[in-house]
Design a protein around this ligand. Structure first.
Ligand code: ZN
Length: 173
């Protein structure tokens, strides 16, 4: 396995819609393994393929560490939320592609998601709490949506300006 580079704001790829994965083969499995390693090392609880510059509908998750359980990596290929709960809860979310920014976002606290697993089999999962939040956050990435989109326009512009400035400083260094 190898660690991949995580792209950050204002990389335009973060705004791209990811394309479905057509076939679950060794290449896809290798990408999923590399994404998991990258996520654990960051550290984070979820990562979408587009965040490592591969705009395909693939994401990895593991919320176990935050909840003090044994590691339980989840790989979701072509995930689709088929049911959202009625209760919404606020959670302060961060994003590996937008370091040091946290946004309080209210999302449904439960959901049902359908996806293809790493063996190419269709799965359905009922999720609640942090896992439900993480799934919705990562699924947003597949459609080019970011946590800053939940901010007021004024605050969002300030964050974007800050990251554009950082990128300029980086490239001139
Ligand atoms: Zn994110």
């Amino acid at each position: 396995m190898s660690k991949l580079a995580i792209i950050t704001l204002p990389d335009p790829l973060l705004r791209a819609a990811s394309a479905p994965v057509e076939r679950v083969d060794d290449e896809v499995r290798r990408l999923a393994d590399d994404m998991l390693e990258t996520m654990y090392e960051a550290p984070g609880i979820g990562l979408a393929a587009v965040q490592v510059a591969v705009p395909r509908r693939l994401l990895v998750l593991d919320v176990a560490e935050k909840e003090n359980q044994e590691p339980s990596p989840i790989v979701m290929i072509n995930p689709e939320i088929i049911k959202l709960g009625d209760t919404r809860v606020p959670y302060e979310e961060g994003c590996l592609s937008i370091p040091d920014v946290r946004v309080e976002i209210e999302r449904p606290s439960t959901l049902t998601v359908r996806f293809i697993d790493r063996n190419g089999r269709e799965q359905q999962l009922d999720a609640a709490g942090l896992l439900a939040t993480a799934i919705q956050h990562e699924l947003d990435h597949l459609d080019g949506r970011l946590i800053i989109d939940f901010m007021s326009r004024l605050k969002r512009d300030i964050v974007i300006r800050k990251f554009k400035k950082l990128a300029r400083l980086d490239s001139s260094a």
